[in-house]
Design a protein around this ligand. Structure first.
Ligand SMILES: [Ca+2]
Length: 413
């Protein structure tokens, strides 16, 4: 579809243009939270005139976007509109962190997901299909290369999860996305996988919008985010596995208490969610790529309809659950997320930063390390309670330096 053609849904639903064109229904989230460190950052940004606010430019940009309509377009790789528009948005700002990140390892190829099997970090590489174990000295070793990976656009080897002796992976293959799992044997440098088995297949795939994050919830069930595979109508079709958050048993079966009988669908109306995390009180959060106007942070409720492609961002339409926070794609494009202490942490690809969101004030946030390490694909809490992040500068969209891609320790104190 041409990038400037108008999706029929936009024409049919007067709510959608109003949502996009606004000034937003909620105040534009000022990207500053509480705390000593963030106040320091705010003071520095004020001095340099770089505190982010809703601006005439942003409103004008949103207005211009009505004219382009909602088209099915990629979020990250090879996507002209999302690449070209930063100049029309607000400037990239440096957040002057108190402490610098340290490099854990370097020389990775488009890492997408970091997990831990016991104390051993495991990393997926989107395009190579490799799953790597990371050792204490910063070296890596290959655990396996996943068969049938079709790495193109945003597809490839995406999310990983570890549960009860199995390593789970979300994989874009030639004709579908599927979740597989390997039995794990050994540990540390001797860690190895057995034969792969399919957990869930038949998830529609596209060059773009494949979702791909998988994680076990506090209920012991496996959750997976799926994209609309560039067919936005799939998101509202509860019979399709695309544009959803799915919930399944560790074997891939439908749990008896899922919101829709016999269905893996846990929530729907999603465009391209790529991050999920749970707070200690059980609240489930998800990040989502919007089309052109608003990327989203959502609180996920079973059976909830999150609006895509009818609405994007905060729309105050009772038929759909609004995000608790929304961001311009140039400042976000949120992928992995995690929760550490009292904060949500979000990896921003195009936004080239790590976002901190207080659980006590989820409509506010602070961006850290803006532009300093390039694109960030994932953030994760280590078994020792530290925050790690993976860069994604070798993914075909970024500008890698000689050390990319890297995994970094992110100071949080
Ligand atoms: Ca939404």
């Amino acid at each position: 579809m041409d990038a400037h053609s108008v999706h029929p849904t936009c024409l049919a639903d007067p709510d959608r243009p109003r949502c996009q064109a606004g000034p937003p229904s909620h105040p534009f989230p000022v990207e500053v939270g509480g705390g000593r460190r963030t106040r320091q950052i705010l003071m520095k940004e004020r001095k340099t005139g770089m505190v982010k606010r809703a601006s005439f430019t942003a409103v004008a940009l949103a207005f211009a976007l009505i004219l382009t309509g909602c088209t099915s377009r990629p979020d990250e790789a090879g996507e002209p509109a999302r690449q070209a528009s930063p100049a029309a948005s607000e400037p990239v700002t440096a957040s002057e962190p108190v402490t610098k990140p340290k490099v854990v390892t370097s020389g990775l190829e488009a890492p997408w997901s970091i997990i831990f099997h016991g104390d051993t970090p495991l990393v997926s590489e989107r395009d190579s299909g490799r799953i790597l174990a990371l050792h204490d000295d910063g070296t890596t070793s290959e655990i396996t290369t996943v068969d049938d990976v079709r790495a193109a656009g945003e597809g490839g080897l995406l999310g990983l999860a570890d549960h009860d002796g199995y390593l789970y992976a979300y994989v874009t293959a030639a004709s579908e996305n599927r979740i597989i799992r390997y039995p794990l044997q050994g540990d540390g440098a001797q860690l190895a996988v057995g034969r792969a088995e399919t957990v869930l297949d038949g998830i529609p795939a596209g060059t773009y919008h494949n979702g791909g994050r998988i994680a076990f919830g506090p209920d012991g069930m496996l959750y997976a985010t799926t994209g609309d595979n560039q067919n936005s109508d799939n998101a509202q079709d509860r019979a399709s596995l695309a544009g959803k958050i799915l919930r399944m048993t560790p074997e891939g079966d439908v749990p008896g208490d899922n919101p829709f009988d016999g269905s893996h669908v846990y929530s729907y109306g999603h465009r391209n969610p790529q991050g999920i995390a749970w707070a200690a009180d059980g609240t489930m959060y998800a990040t989502e790529f919007g089309q052109d106007t608003w990327d989203e942070l959502n609180i996920i409720k079973p059976g909830g309809n999150y609006g895509w492609p009818i609405v994007e961002g905060i729309c105050k339409n009772r038929q759909y659950i609004d995000p608790v926070q929304q961001w311009r794609p140039a400042e976000a494009s949120p992928s992995g997320m995690t929760i550490l202490g009292d904060d949500i942490w979000v990896a921003n690809l195009r936004g080239q930063s790590i976002r901190q969101i207080p659980l006590s004030a989820p409509s506010t946030s602070t961006r850290h390390y803006v532009g300093q390490y390039g694109r960030i694909s994932d953030v994760v809490v280590t078994p020792k309670g530290k925050l790690w992040a993976a860069t994604s500068n070798t993914d075909g969209t970024g500008r890698p330096n000689q050390d990319d891609d890297r995994i970094l320790t992110i100071p949080t104190e």
